[in-house]
Design a protein around this ligand. Structure first.
Ligand SMILES: Nc1ncnc2c1ncn2[C@@H]1O[C@H](COP(=O)(O)OS(=O)(=O)O)[C@@H](OP(=O)(O)O)[C@H]1O
Length: 298
């Protein structure tokens, strides 16, 4: 029965179809529900986790959930991550992130991949706390390529060489990486946003987890922080069915697991020398107007 329900839900989704909202490519069903998303009513005690896809969202989500639950992993295993923290713009015929959020008691934690200009205005009006996580463009691109291969809800990425060009053109779902990371960085000047970096989380997870804890106004003991570091390590999260999306019907983990490699520098196994040069030039041009910088040579 469950399989039937899943199939039915899936059958009603146009697989891989996209459209646009204000020039940003998004899944078609998101575009079709855009008014409902844009008019979402945030509450002042909502916490939002925002990111470009494949930047370390799930990792950050699990860290936040564990901090909120004082490091108690059993509490964090109460449900898959997307049910604990609704995905704002996620739309399905039988359910949507917004329906989930509206049915949830406060304080709520929500996730979004929307670029800053498409975030529903109520988040700014209610002055909600926001955590943004960013990842260097090269690894982000590689991770997104594999995700588009394994996730039937997204367009087929084609070959690596084709995807490289599509990604750089910004015509990927949720828009240009450059505009996304820069837009949220700029917003930090006028709004309470904790801006995290995947590479810093890899380098010193405890330090970054402590930053999140302080941002959330919590004070946990060292041994609790150590437990959170352990339970949010790649190997533990890869085995945890509440964080590895193993039961998501859209995802074919045999093509590429959701928890794929979890490393920095995998781009070196994919980029040709010419692609690296092209990306570096593109990067210099696109990042000339921002103070944001990434650790690129990994
Ligand atoms: N705990 C931990 N440590 C290190 N790396 C981790 C961790 N959890 C997830 N990941 C890696 O993050 C990538 C998935 O990104 P997202 O969670 O942002 O994906 S999504 O946008 O929510 O679909 C994906 O990266 P790649 O392995 O490079 O593809 C995951 O493996």
């Amino acid at each position: 029965k469950v399989e039937k329900k899943k199939e039915l839900e899936w059958a009603l989704i146009p697989p891989g179809e996209v459209s646009q909202v204000d020039g940003i490519v998004l899944e078609k069903n998101i575009c079709n529900s855009w008014d409902k998303i844009w008019n979402f009513e945030a509450k002042p005690d909502d916490l939002l986790i925002a990111s470009y896809p494949k930047a370390g969202t799930t990792w950050t989500q699990e860290i936040v959930d564990l901090i909120q639950n004082n490091g108690d992993i059993e509490k964090s295993k109460r449900a898959p991550i997307h049910l604990r923290q609704p995905f704002l713009e996620w739309v399905r015929t039988t359910n949507s992130g917004i329906d989930q959020a509206n049915a949830m008691p406060s304080p709520r934690t929500l996730k979004t991949h929307l670029p800053v200009q498409l975030l529903p205005p109520s988040f700014w009006e209610k002055n909600c706390k926001i955590i943004y996580v960013a990842r260097n463009v090269k690894d982000n691109m590689v991770s997104y390529y594999y995700f588009q291969k394994m996730n039937k809800g997204l367009p087929d990425p084609g070959s690596w060489d084709e995807y490289f060009e599509t990604f750089l053109s910004g015509k990927v779902v949720w828009g240009s990486w450059f505009d996304h990371v820069k837009g949220w960085w700029k917003k930090k000047e006028s709004h309470p946003i904790l801006y995290l970096f995947y590479e810093e989380m890899m380098k010193d997870p405890k330090r970054e987890i402590r930053k999140v804890m302080e941002f959330l106004g919590k004070n946990l003991k060292e041994e609790v922080l150590d437990k959170i570091v352990y339970n949010t390590s790649f190997d533990v999260m890869k085995r945890n069915p509440m964080t590895n999306y193993i039961n998501d019907v859209k995802m074919n983990h045999r093509l590429s697991p959701f928890m794929r490699k979890g490393v920095t520098g995998d781009w070196k196994n994919h980029f040709t020398e010419a692609q690296n040069k092209q990306l570096n030039e593109n990067y210099e041009k696109n990042m000339a107007d921002t103070s944001l910088s990434f650790c690129m040579e990994l």
